[in-house]
Every structure is written in C-alpha cells, then in structure tokens.
Design a binder for this molecule. Structure first.
Ligand code: ZN
Length: 591
C-alpha cells in the first residue's frame, strides 16, 4: 500500500501512527509526537518535525534510539534477527555477503567503536543516492568516524538515523527523488574526468582547459542538448552555455549556473550542482513542450577556483566584462601560458569581449550551490536561502621583535613576537565571534628559522576577515588593526601589514531572496536564511544584475574542497523543486 500525504493528514491518530510504522527503529514515539503537528505540507515537513521531536527529547532518549539499532553486519544479522527494514538495508549494501576477512574487520571495528563511545555505530548504508554504499565506503566511513569526538559522533549517528528514515519513507510513499537521482548521476558521470596525476589516484581535479576540463565541457554540452535546450555553445573563455527560448521572441532571460572546474582533490558537487539543477528543470519543461514568458540561460562557468592560473572567477568575470588581459601571459606550473592553453583549446582571444552580457537582456541571476559548511547539516535542514555573500579582506603581516637567548633573557625583557601574534590571534577569534555572523582566521602563522632555544624575533602571519556587509567587515577590520597596534605598542615590537585582497559583500536582491523564501515555504521546508562565507560566481553577476543564491545541505559536516563532499539525491530533488517553484513564480509575475 502506497502512503499518500493527504491520507496521513486526515487519518485518526492511531491509523496515522500505523501508517508511519517502522520508520524509527523500535521507536514509534517519535512519529507519534510528530503527528501532533499535522497537517504536513509535504514529506519534507514531516521529516523535519520528526527530527525536531528527537532533538527536543534530550540525550537519554537519543541514546536509547541509537542503542535500539543493530550493529552493522553484527550478530543480529548473522542470527537473522533484524527488522525487515534493517535486513533489506544491510543486504543492499552487500553486508550480508561479506568475506570472512571483511566480516572479521567489521566485528573488530564494531567492538572498538562500542568501547570508545558506548553505543553502536550507525550508518545509513543505502547512502546518499539510496542505492547502497560499497563495502569499502562503509569500512572507510567506519574507520574515519572512529576518530570522532563523542558529542559529534552522537549527532552524526542521529543524522544517519534521519537519513535511514528518509529512505524508508520514500519506500513507503513511493515518492522517489527521480530528478534528484538524475542530477546525482550527471554529476557522477562528470566526475569520471580528472586531470592527469589525479585520475590515476582516484582523485577529482579539473583545472582550466586541461584535457579533462575539455571532456567535461563536451559532456555538459551533450547533456544540455539531450535535455532540450534550443541553443548550446561554448564561448570564447570556455563557458558552456545553454539557452531555452521564451514563449515570445525578444523576452528577457533568467540567467543561472555555476562552475565546473574544481580544486585539487575536490568534491563532485561544488559548482556542478548549480549547473545540473536548472538543466533538470528545463528538461521537464521541454518534455512537456512548455515555454515560459521568459527564456532560461544556463552557464557552466569554465573557471572559478583559480587553480591552474591565478585568474579566479575568470568564467563569470568574462560575463561582466572583467577579463584581465594580463592573465594571458601567466604561466601554469609547466610553463604553458594562458594564451597558449586557450589557443590549444580552440578558443579565440579576439572574441572574449563579446562574452560580456547586456544586463538589460536579463531578469536576474540565481545560483544553486552546495553549502560547503556545517550549518544546514547540524540543523537538519535540507535548504538555506542566502542573504548575502560575505565581504572579505585579507592581510599578510610580518612582525619583528628581538630574537634573544631563551635561557638568559628574563621574561620582563623580551620582545617575543610569537606571544604578540598569539595574543592577536585570540583577539581575532573573540572579536569575530562577538558579531555572531562574522568570521576571521589566522591561517598562516610561522616563526621563520625559529629555534627551540631562541625567543622568536620574527613572525609571519595572515588574517582573513569576512562579514555579511561591508560596514560590518570594516568595523571588524578597524578593531583588529587597533588591537594589533596596541599589542605592538605595549610589547615594543613592530608589524608591517599588506592588504592582499578586498572584496565587497554581495547582499542578495530582496525580491530574489523572497522568491527563494516563498519557494521553500511552498515546499513545506522550514525557512532558514544565512550568509555565504565563501565566494561564488553570483558575486560577479551581482555587479551588473540582481542575484540571490540557494544553498543545499552537505553531508559529513558539510565538508567541501574535499573528496568527502556529499549531498543526497533527496536534497538535490528539493533544490530542483525550489528552482522550479521560482520559475513558476516568475511566470506568474510576468504574465
Ligand atoms: Zn563553488
């Protein structure tokens, strides 16, 4: 029997509870309490309500739930005592067919985990795509998480339980994330292409105009064509562009997209998700022969990360007329200039100015991106609306004091710059923390040629400060520089500082941010608004047209620029639904 949302909303409490039977292992009380929040606007709404119940229930109840779960490939599995749901999940992951050595290894891990944390290891073995993790992925996750902090690990177990429930609910309701799965598969497919030197090690690296990069470009072009875009082309900097025509010729376009290059040994979703989500939406429109009162232009930006050449945002920058001709003579690590790389790739330098868009041809720019941070993951929220891309400022500093004998220099007579910088680092942490949504980092900190028996006389360090508005960033910067001056004065040391980067904040255009907010509300996804700590292509488009971004939750604490970067096809589906909702809103507004 397939469960329908309306049935669940209208059933008596007893019958409704029966409908949700088996979601949380041996713990019907979670569904029971969540049902008090009926009617649910969507399955996402129900899932969030259940997660909230568990969150509010406290640590003891959470531990009871975790302990109600069987060990992975444990004795219960061997004795065939698992619930039907658990048995199905463990066999889908191939755990019921472990070799004796694998089985032994899992038992050892189970024992070590149980001893360290006091509860069984919980992993959603059907994984982020719902089709099952490989045995080696399961072992790797097990070994990694064994090193976690107990507080974090408890929450990670609960998140995995929510994921198990999500998949069980999909099975119950026969509501599968079909487009999310498609977007997942497109990204998996694109991740086959990786630069030489990384491909061999199973790592994903796609830098500007390498053979792997060109293969990605070809793959995206073919996906755009198959999806039903009317025009597909590569522009003079290598951006792949797909245009889906409006109902009426001459109407404006909605601009969207993200980047397909990656950092070294990066993840599969950074950038790429924002290319494929709109493609999935256009595919659905094309399939049903639907045209909107505006066109849709998806741009897969060729370069955002600045890895092979120091030319960050080259792809989106070209759309706003910011291609810097000085970049052309830059050489990569092998001495190949950017100009040579472009010629080799068949790109025509003369055409670069033509890449610039006329803002009046467009309604605005929207970008979907994986969050690349832990916030949504921790809050059990699938989506977040971006309020602003943080403004930032970066310094490199060189502090000088007096290097002197560690044994003979009394504490009162030292000019110890390591201590001075340490004091500054703690101030930086405290001052940014006081804002709530500012961040500041001292990522580089060293005592050049330091010795164990010498008081540090020289220290080099960096500071990176970011905030949702320029004014907030400037206030943070002012206070930090004041503290630096005060520390130098008091300790009798000097510090040279240089600004290496200053980027303005890009607050979302209110009307566009509201469209995302309306979409989330329509989907029954709790609304959460947050700034973006990282820079994105939307920052560039911000300079010429209104923009707003949507974030999608990352798994594994939202880790990014890392092979562990992940998100589920269910969350991808929700971002597609949200994107589609924004398209419908615009269509209504314009007709
Ligand atoms: Zn990105």
């Amino acid at each position: 029997m397939t469960l329908r949302l309306q049935q669940l909303n209208e059933a008596s409490p007893e019958v409704a509870l029966q409908m949700l039977d088996g979601l949380y292992e041996h713990s019907p009380w979670i569904a029971e309490r969540a049902l008090q929040h009926r009617p649910f606007a969507s399955w996402a709404h129900l899932k969030h309500s259940m997660a909230q119940v568990l969150n509010d229930a406290g640590r003891d109840a959470q531990l009871d739930l975790i302990r109600a779960h069987p060990e992975l490939a444990g004795k219960a599995m061997v004795r065939k005592e698992l619930t039907a749901e658990s048995s199905n999940e463990q066999s889908k992951a191939g755990l019921t067919e472990c070799t004796p050595t694998e089985f032994e290894r899992i038992q050892a891990l189970n024992a070590a985990y149980k001893q360290k944390f006091g509860w069984p290891f919980i992993l959603a073995v059907r994984g982020p795509r719902g089709t099952g993790l490989h045995k080696h992925q399961i072992m790797a996750a097990f070994e990694r998480r064994l090193n976690g902090h107990p507080d974090f690990e408890l929450q990670e177990c609960l998140r995995n339980i929510h994921r198990i429930v999500e998949i069980r609910l999909n099975d119950k309701t026969a509501c599968f994330p079909t487009q999310g799965d498609q977007v997942w598969d497109w990204q998996e497919d694109l991740a086959q292409h990786s630069d030489l030197g990384f491909q061999e090690n199973g790592q994903l690296t796609v830098t500007y105009l390498t053979p792997a990069h060109l293969a990605c470009s070809a793959s995206i072009q073919s996906t755009l064509k198959t999806a039903g875009f009317d025009e597909v082309f590569v522009d003079a900097v290598g951006n792949v562009v797909g245009r889906y025509h409006p109902a009426v010729k001459g109407a404006k376009y909605l601009l969207t997209g993200s980047h397909y290059d990656t950092v070294r040994n990066g993840g599969k979703y950074d950038g790429r998700l924002g290319i494929y989500v709109p493609i999935a939406c256009v595919q659905a429109l094309a399939k049903s022969n639907k045209r909107l009162p505006f066109g849709i232009e998806v741009v897969a930006f060729a370069e955002e990360e600045g890895q092979r050449y120091k030319a960050t945002f080259l792809g989106s920058g070209a759309l706003v007329g910011q291609f810097n001709p000085d970049w052309l003579t830059q050489q990569d690590a092998d001495g190949i200039t950017l100009r040579e790389a472009m010629t080799l790739a068949g790109l025509n330098e003369q055409d670069i100015p033509k890449v610039q868009r006329n803002p009046s041809d467009y309604l605005g720019f929207i970008e979907v991106h994986i969050e690349q941070g832990p916030v949504l993951n921790e809050l059990n929220l699938p989506l977040g609306v971006v309020s602003s891309i943080n403004g930032s400022v970066r310094y490199v500093c060189d502090m000088q004091g007096t290097a002197s004998h560690a044994g003979t220099t009394p504490m009162s007579r030292r000019r110890d710059v390591a201590c001075a910088v340490a004091e500054l680092a703690l101030y930086l942490e405290q001052r940014a923390g006081a804002d709530g949504d500012s961040v500041a980092t001292m990522g580089q900190l060293q005592v050049p040629h330091g010795s164990i028996n010498v008081v540090p006389g020289r220290c080099q360090f960096s500071m990176d400060m970011r905030a949702p508005t320029d004014a907030q960033r400037d206030a943070l910067e002012r206070d930090v520089l004041k503290a630096l001056d005060e520390i130098c004065q008091r300790r009798g040391v000097v510090c040279q500082r240089e600004v290496t980067m200053r980027a303005s904040a890009a607050p979302s255009a209110p009307a566009w941010q509201q469209r995302w907010e309306k979409a989330l509300t329509a989907l029954g996804v709790p609304l959460f608004v947050m700034p973006s700590g990282a820079g994105h292509d939307a920052m560039k488009l911000h300079e010429v047209m209104p923009q707003a971004m949507l974030f999608v939750r990352g798994e594994n604490s939202g880790i990014s620029h890392n092979p562990l970067e992940s998100t589920t096809s269910d969350d991808m589906q929700l971002s597609i639904d949200a994107f589609d909702n924004v398209l419908q809103q615009l269509a209504t507004e314009l007709s």
